[in-house]
Design a binder for this molecule. Sequence first.
Ligand code: AMP
Ligand code: GLY
Length: 411
Amino acid sequence: MVVGGGGREHAIVSALYRSPQVGKIYCAPGNAGMAGEAECVPLKDTDVAGLRAFALGKGVDLTVVGPEAALAAGIVDAFRAAGLKIFGHTAAATAIESSKEFAKVLMQRYGIPTADYRSFSDYDEALAYVLARPFPAVLKYDGLAAGKGVVIAQDADEARAALKDMLLDETFGKGRVVVEDYLTGPEFSFMCFVDGERVYPMPLAQDHKRAFDGDKGPNTGGMGAYTGLPFITPEDRDFAYREILCRAASAMCREGRPLSGVLYGGLMKTPQGIRVIEFNARFGDPETEVVLPLLESDAYEIFSAVASGEAAPQPRWRDAVTMGVVLASKGYPGKYEKGFPIGGLEHVRTQVCHMGTAVRDGQVVTAGGRVLMVVAEGEDIAAAREKIYAEIARIDCPNLFYRKDIAYQAL
Ligand code: AMP
Ligand code: GLY
C-alpha cells in the first residue's frame, strides 16, 4: 500500500508496479492516474487508525509513506506497534523535517554545513536581531507550514510583516522562528534511502519552484524537475554524500532517532561550498517523478529491506537523464478553478504522473493546482526536452499552463 495521492505517490506506485514481487497495490487515497496500476482506497493520508485497520484487514505486506503529514502523525509508529512492515520514519525521526530548529541544532552539533542562525519566540527580540543585520533576511517558521513557512524579507517592512504573521498572529500555530544567514548559489535535491547508518544515494535532481519562465513569479510546490545536473561535480556529490547525508543519518542514530525511509537534502552550492538549506524526511515532489523512473533495481526489495532494517543491495540506476514538466491550473499557486476536461491523454507516449485530477462521467478533469507532470527520458537533457514538449502538445485542456524553460541550467 502506498500512502498519499499526488504525483510523487504515482511515481512510487509505478516503481512498485514494475517489481515482479508485487502482486496487488493499494493507494490511499491515490488519484485518477493510477487506476491501471493500483486500487485507490478512500482514506486520508493522516487517518492513521483507518489506514492501520485497512492494512491489517487486507493483510498488506508492505506500506510506503509519501507525505510528511502522515509521518508526523505517527503512522510508522502505529503500524510497527501493530507488527506491520512500513517504509518511512517514526514521528521522532521526522523532526528532521517537521522542526526547523531541531534540524539546525542537529547540524550544528554534528558539524553539518548550513547557514548560521538564531531562533526566537519573542517578536521584539527577533525583529531587533533582524534589523541589526544586512538584508535580505531569511525567516523560517519552526514547524510544518505546507511550504509557506519561509520568507526571504528584502527590507524591514517585509520582515516586520512576516514576523508578525509567525509570532504575533500565529498564522501557522504557536511556534518559534529561525532567522538564518542568506546564502546564494544553485539549489539541488539529494535524496537517499536511509536505514540507520546505511545510506543509499539516488541520482541528483533540481526542482523549479517559481511559477513562470526565467524563475519569475510566486513560489509553488514545484513546476518541473530534471536529473543530470551539469553544475555539480563528482567531488561535490561525494562531499554532500559523506559530509551531509551520511553524517545526518549517523547523527540521527546517536540522537536515538534512527531514520528508516528517505532523507532529502535540499542543498545549495554556495561560493563557500555545499550547504544544507533544509532536510525533508520523505521523497521530494516533483523530484521523485524524475528520479524513480531511473531505478533499475527492484523497488520492492529496497523499500522492504529499509522497512525491515535489513541490508539492501546497492540500488542500480539507468545511465540516462529524465526531465518532467508540471501542467498547472491557470491562477495557481493563487486562486484557480477546477473541473476542466483534459483531452488527449491517451495519445501521450511517455509517462504522465497525475498530481491533481479526478474522473467525472468517465472523463479526466482538473482537480488541483498542480494537475499533471509529464516525464520523459533521454540520453541527454536536450533529447529529453525535445521529447517532452512534443508530448505535452498532445494534451488538450484550456485551463492549464506550464513552464517552457525547465532544465534551462543544463542546456
Ligand atoms: P526551505 O523551505 O527551507 O527549503 O526554504 C524555501 C526556499 O527558500 C529554498 O528553496 C530557498 O530557495 C530559500 N531559502 C531558504 N533558506 C535560505 C537561505 N539561508 N538563503 C537563501 N535562500 C534560502
Ligand atoms: N520539491 C521540494 C519538496 O518536495 O519539498
